[in-house]
Design a protein around this ligand. Structure first.
Ligand SMILES: [Cu+2]
Length: 481
């Protein structure tokens, strides 16, 4: 084992990656101890939120490997909820996918599980809880980088995890509302009667409505809130690489680097057909973008969420060439007016028709839900597990078309595969984007994926990455037969 080529570092404060020479891939197995446990998280102002954390850090430690290395993660659950660890965006054996009740038994409080696999494909991935007890919202997530030695070099790299802290009583209420619905416990989940009660959780009516009921305490970058977070030093002349993850359980975020263009090179860790410069990223829940920024002159600038909500303006971190500029860092207007932000259509260009060559199977899924007073989110009128399953044979090329009859956009995510996004909002893409999660526009919007059924056999979830929507039924699976 060669530790020098593996980095697990705390992202509780911002993590700066030094540039390492390209490492040779070999069959090293790197051991990682990962423990989920309660963490009282203190917000500026003193309020303490009872979070859960991987290795006592929210976000969890950044895991970084070189393509070709194997990892062995000895996971231990020291929380009081059932958990599992999902390796988001990775194409690995089904038994390692980390979905409680589907690919493995839930890791119960006090339990453990060993994940061992070769992380792939290369790029900016992440890991998070998938135990169906809102573990991700409670703090169980982190960035996972699989280094690609052929990437354009940068002088420095920054892992930037945008995330929220919710009012935990609203999370408990949402979970209680979910668990009261008889239809949505995945097979193999522990009996509801065995569900531990959360500390401080008030008894909730079994008809708690779902939807936009999560109350936010704060929006953060790498566990920090501007101006209370540590700033990041940069130098004039540097070209820096940002690896941005939106780990929000629900929200899309628009992100600017004040005064600078962002040259976007990767979406969900996969190289774009053509790099493109934008004023802002648009990052759906679960999405990642890699962007390069050139530091041309002295100063200090905020990398910042854009919103009319003042809490979101605090979701920022300052980059500075010199500490004296930090008193008045340049910020971005909190509006999208006139801002050229990343969209799939901009990155992919438009075409007259979808390139569906070689497709052997076509599936249409209709998303509904979110109506007032109704807690359900549905696919073709059913909530999980009564949603239509996608049955495939190895070798199939599968086209999935979503039609979203709800008012909200949904970040739909497929496990175990990289799909090609070939259409969005009625626009076929000239250059399909390789992704593992994509926003399906609302109000009768459509989106189309094509993926090759060449993954490891098993049951692969396809679900909304809004954790509330997933828990309320917006989930199905691709099953190899
Ligand atoms: Cu959704």
């Amino acid at each position: 084992m060669n530790r020098s080529r593996f980095l697990v570092s705390s992202a509780g404060a911002l993590t700066v990656f030094a540039i390492a020479p390209p490492a040779r891939a070999d069959s090293d197995v790197v051991d990682i101890a990962l423990t989920a446990a309660p963490l009282p998280f203190q917000l500026p102002g003193g309020h303490v939120v009872p979070l859960l954390a991987y290795n006592a850090s929210v976000p969890g430690p950044v895991m970084r490997v070189t393509r070709g290395q194997r990892i062995r993660v000895r996971y231990r659950n020291a929380t009081n909820i059932p958990t599992s660890v999902h390796w988001h965006g990775q194409v690995i054996p089904n038994a390692m996918d980390g979905v409680a009740g589907i690919t493995q038994p839930p890791v119960l409080p006090g339990g453990s599980f060993v994940y061992e696999f070769e992380p792939a494909p290369s790029g900016t991935r992440w890991y998070h809880d998938h135990g169906f007890h809102m573990g991700m919202i409670r703090g169980l997530f982190g960035l996972f980088v699989i280094e690609d030695p052929s990437d354009e070099p940068a002088d420095a790299e920054y892992a930037l995890v945008f995330h929220d802290i919710s009012d935990m009583s609203s999370v408990d209420a949402a979970l209680r509302g979910t668990s009261a619905a008889p239809d949505i416990d995945p097979p193999g989940s522990p009996e509801r009667a065995e569900m531990p009660s959360m500390p401080g959780m008030p008894g909730m009516a079994s008809t708690t409505p779902m939807g936009d009921m999560l109350a936010y305490r704060a929006h953060l970058v790498n566990g920090g809130i501007y101006p209370h977070a540590r700033s990041l030093p940069v130098r004039v002349g540097q070209r820096i690489r940002l690896r941005v993850l939106n780990a929000s359980a629900a929200d899309t975020r628009y992100i600017c680097f004040a005064g600078h263009a962002l040259r976007v090179t990767h979406a969900d860790g996969n190289r774009l057909p053509e790099a493109m410069s934008v004023d802002a990223l648009r990052v759906g829940a679960g999405e990642r973008y890699d962007a390069y920024v050139e530091i041309a002159k002295p100063g200090a600038w905020l990398l910042q969420g854009i919103s009319a909500d003042p809490l979101i303006a605090q979701q920022a971190v300052a980059f500075a060439t010199d500490a004296r500029y930090l008193a008045t860092p340049q910020s971005s207007p909190q509006t999208l007016e006139g801002v050229r932000f990343f969209t799939y259509e901009l990155a992919g260009g438009s075409s007259a028709r979808i390139d569906d060559r070689g497709v052997t199977k076509r599936v249409s899924l209709r998303i509904t839900g979110g109506t007032y007073g109704d807690p359900r989110w549905m696919i073709d009128g059913g909530v999980w597990p009564h949603t239509p399953k996608i049955s495939v044979h190895r070798g199939d090329r599968v086209l999935v078309k979503f039609t979203n009859d709800s008012d909200m956009e949904h970040p739909m995510h497929l496990h175990g595969h990289t799909f090609r996004l070939v259409e969005v909002g009625g626009t076929p893409l000239l250059r399909p984007l390789a992704k593992d999660v994509s926003l399906v526009p609302g109000a009768h919007g459509t989106s189309t994926w094509i993926f090759d059924a060449k993954a490891f056999p098993g049951r692969w979830l396809l679900h909304c990455h809004n954790e509330i929507h997933m828990m309320a039924g917006l989930m199905t699976e691709v099953v190899y037969s």
